[in-house]
Design a protein around this ligand. Structure first.
Ligand code: NAP
Length: 281
């Protein structure tokens, strides 16, 4: 299940939408100079530029106070040229991630991490959903993976991947199990999965023996090793699984595409071109 071609199509669609809207704006906020964060942010700006989304790269000093950080978000909240705001997490340890997220206007929260958006998802009315789980759902639809009634197992329960993908799968009528670091006998769960989504950040945590024959496996993990970028799933799993997303080139390209797509969605919500979703049935 490669993500590149679908991500390309979504980005082309975004570019069309941006034209139709007469331009939109995305702001990233980075505190300090963590090199990995700088690379992620640069990629988002490059992708935004390709879709003609105007992007602002706000870099704040490592020693900024919580109040000054909130004030910077406040300025972006009221800036009419800005439709989406991404605060690069995690912040340096002395700052509170949750407080920083709360300072973002939920309608500009294109990472879908504000409690309003997390709550909307929990209640079954996804509004702005984190990009990675959204990208996974698009991939599953593209490859026509049956979700209704399927047994889905999610390994990982982070706020940006594990929990939101579990909710989206539940809303698609899968029967969902969430595993985490306290789960005992992980393979008892994974072997039962028609769909296995793995987001633990532990290379090779899933071996071929842990996967049911014919299952669809989505590998979200990305770890930098001496052998290059690797996922959480042993590549040998492709001999057992019906579908397996590659790393790199699977979920990664979808995430970037969905950040752009979320920015278009945020612009439409803010301009009243889209209604805030009511409960889905
Ligand atoms: P995270 O916040 O570190 O969460 C990891 C999760 O894995 C936690 O819920 C943890 O459980 C669980 N876990 C740890 N050890 C486990 C074990 N032995 N068995 C079962 N579960 C275990 O990570 P994240 O932000 O969700 O990211 C996960 C991975 O996906 C990382 O490699 C990250 O780089 C990658 N990622 C990729 C993309 C992309 O676009 N491709 C996007 C986002 C993230 P506890 O909650 O109990 O600690």
């Amino acid at each position: 299940m490669a993500g590149g071609p679908l991500a390309e199509r979504i980005r082309a669609h975004v570019a069309e939408d941006v034209k139709g809207l007469g331009g939109i704006g995305l702001a990233t906020v980075q505190v300090g100079e963590d090199p990995a964060s700088t690379v992620y942010i640069r990629r988002k700006h490059e992708a935004a530029a390709e879709a003609a989304i105007a992007s602002t790269d706000l870099k704040l000093p490592e020693d900024i106070s919580q109040e000054a950080l909130a004030a910077s978000s406040g300025l972006l909240n009221t800036d009419d040229e800005i439709d989406g705001i991404l605060v690069q997490l995690p912040l340096p340890r002395y700052l509170d991630d949750a407080a920083a997220v709360l300072a973002i206007d939920p309608v500009k929260d294109v990472d879908g991490v504000h409690p309003f958006n997390a709550g909307q998802l929990y209640l079954g009315r996804p509004t702005l959903v984190p990009a990675t789980p959204l990208g996974i759902m698009k991939l599953l639809a593209e490859y026509r993976i049956e979700l209704d009634g399927a047994r889905a197992v999610v390994v990982g329960r982070s706020d940006i991947v594990g929990k939101p993908i579990a909710h989206l799968l539940l809303q698609a009528n899968a029967t969902v199990t969430i595993c985490h670091s306290h789960t005992e006998e992980l393979e008892r769960h994974t072997l039962d999965a028609d769909l296995l989504v793995v987001a633990a950040g532990l290379p090779g945590i899933i071996s071929p023996e842990m996967v049911k024959s014919g299952a669809a496996v989505v590998d979200v993990g990305i770890s930098r090793t001496e052998a290059g970028l690797v996922g959480d799933v042993d590549p040998g799993t492709s001999a057992v699984a019906h579908f397996l997303t590659p790393v790199p080139g699977g979920v990664g390209p979808m995430t970037i595409a969905m950040v752009l797509s979320n920015t278009v969605r945020a612009a439409k919500l803010r301009r009243g071109l889209l209604a805030f979703p009511g409960r889905q049935r």
